[in-house]
Design a protein around this ligand. Structure first.
Ligand code: HEM
Length: 432
């Protein structure tokens, strides 16, 4: 289709929000470009070298319109993530002609999506999740104790925010502690394919390397979780999310197919580690940049849920998700064709001036805080109550143990346009 020139996003702006390397400089590159889009071209067509054309959706309200319409906008006819064209092709070649690497909810459309989401949703309800609260509190205390002992200059990511959510996910899914390093490597492999520091040795350098790395890591995850699945099938455990997922039944009373059970279980590790890591470090980054907000939470711990939501908005751990139009349609004032792809820029919606007052300020008292970090609509994050409980539990332990905090250098950010955040967050603190 020929798109009017007026709808074409300037190349520099498109590169600033699409390329993984832009995300190493969120404040200098990504946020200014998103702001330009919101102000000048909130629904624009981006065509840059090496990528298939996509529609960029920058405003909060427009992202909700698209994500709310599951019949018109599908997750998985093309790809739920933005890859370079070579990556898309590489992935299809490896994966039987399509990019659906996982049979989890993110890759499902109606009616399959509702069948399996309804089956496992009770496992993630706030009431069921609360059964893990005491175990998470113990875990949070252990991690905070270790962190506090290292008083002085410290990297918040490697000393706290990276390890705690992984231990938490492993605890909930009943994965043995001796597999900790392996799980850590696999999540870093999965989300780190664009970052030179996290490249796998067995994936040769090429334009499709990130896609190949994602595929390879998911295969390794699958193999590992096949072991968990067969173990729990034979020996179900109480208060164990792996068992709960595997024994969930669809509305007609049937157990889910083995492959889907396995993919849904491994999603726990995949979706619940690096995202929470980025959200936790996002909270601390905000507190370091806005010391008055640290003083507020210290004085009034009832603000911790507000800190958690503001950290989620501030960091936006998952920067985008893709959809594709399932038929020709007029959408948000533009004509889209079937199979046109849209990039929902959560990172932009979360700074939308129409919705958030002073969006570039970190404000733990922001209320309401309708951030899009967990997406919106039928695919809204199923693990959000787990993520928030983990974060609240950690900060409830941590804040009273800190007397002062200050930055101890510039943070570094991961090169990824998907799940990304601080790779390092140097800080200094005095214990209370
Ligand atoms: C701060 C942490 C987290 C963030 C920012 C996050 C973000 C997201 C986002 C943006 C989506 C929606 C994708 C879409 O629109 O297609 C999603 C889906 C999902 N998340 Fe999370 N997530 C987090 C933690 C978790 C945790 C801890 C779990 C599991 C325990 C989890 C499980 C899921 C699942 C199963 C889906 C698929 C839902 C569906 O497609 O119906 N997430 N997450």
């Amino acid at each position: 289709m020929t798109v009017e020139t007026a709808l074409t996003v300037p190349e520099e702006i498109a590169r600033s929000v699409m390329l993984p390397e832009s995300y190493a400089d969120l404040d200098g590159t990504v946020h200014p470009a998103c702001r330009w889009l919101r102000e000048n071209l909130p629904v624009g067509r981006a065509e840059i070298d090496g990528y298939d054309p996509v529609w960029l959706i920058a405003r909060h309200a427009d992202i909700k319109t698209i994500l709310g319409d599951q019949d018109l906008f599908h997750n998985a006819d093309v790809n739920i993530l933005l890859y370079p064209t070579a990556g898309e092709e590489g992935l299809r070649a490896l994966n039987g002609g399509n990019t659906k690497v996982l049979e989890n909810l993110s890759y499902m459309d109606p009616p399959e999506h509702a069948t399996y989401r309804t089956a496992i949703a009770p496992v993630f309800s706030p009431a069921r999740v609360r059964q893990f609260e005491a175990r998470l509190k113990t875990l949070a205390k252990e991690h905070v104790d270790r962190f506090i002992e290292a008083e002085g200059d410290i990297d918040f990511v490697s000393e706290l925010s990276r390890d705690y959510p992984l231990s938490a996910v492993m605890e909930l899914a009943g994965i043995p502690p001796e597999d900790y390093q392996y799980m850590l490597r696999l999540t870093q492999d999965t989300f780190g394919g664009d970052d030179p520091d996290w490249k796998r040795d067995d994936v040769p350098e090429s334009p499709e390397a990130a896609a190949r790395q994602w595929h390879a890591a998911v295969q390794d995850f699958y193999e590992y979780f096949e072991g968990i699945r067969s173990d729990r099938t034979e020996r179900p455990r109480l208060a164990d999310m792996s068992t709960e997922i595997i024994t969930s039944r669809t509305a007609d009373g049937a157990l889910m197919p083995d492959r889907i059970q396995n993919h849904l279980t491994l999603t726990l590790a995949l979706a619940g580690h690096d995202t929470v890591n980025s959200a936790i470090s996002g909270c601390m980054h905000g507190l370091l940049q806005f010391p008055d907000q640290f003083a507020k939470v210290k004085e009034d711990p009832s603000l911790i849920p507000g800190l958690v939501d503001e950290g989620l908005r501030w960091a936006t751990p998952a920067k985008h998700f893709m959809r594709n139009a399932s038929e020709d349609a007029d959408v948000l004032g533009v004509e889209m064709n079937a199979m046109d792809r849209v990039m929902a820029l959560f990172v932009s919606g979360n700074r939308d001036e129409e919705v958030f007052e002073s969006p570039y300020d970190f404000d733990v008292t922001r209320k309401p805080n309708p951030h899009l970090s967990f997406s919106y609509g039928p695919h809204v994050c199923l693990g959000q109550h787990v993520a928030k409980l983990e974060m609240r539990t950690l900060y409830a332990e941590l804040i009273p143990r800190l007397r002062t905090i200050e930055p101890a250098g510039e943070p570094t950010l991961k090169l990824s346009n998907f799940v990304s955040g601080q790779k390092t967050l140097p800080m200094r603190f005095v214990a209370a």
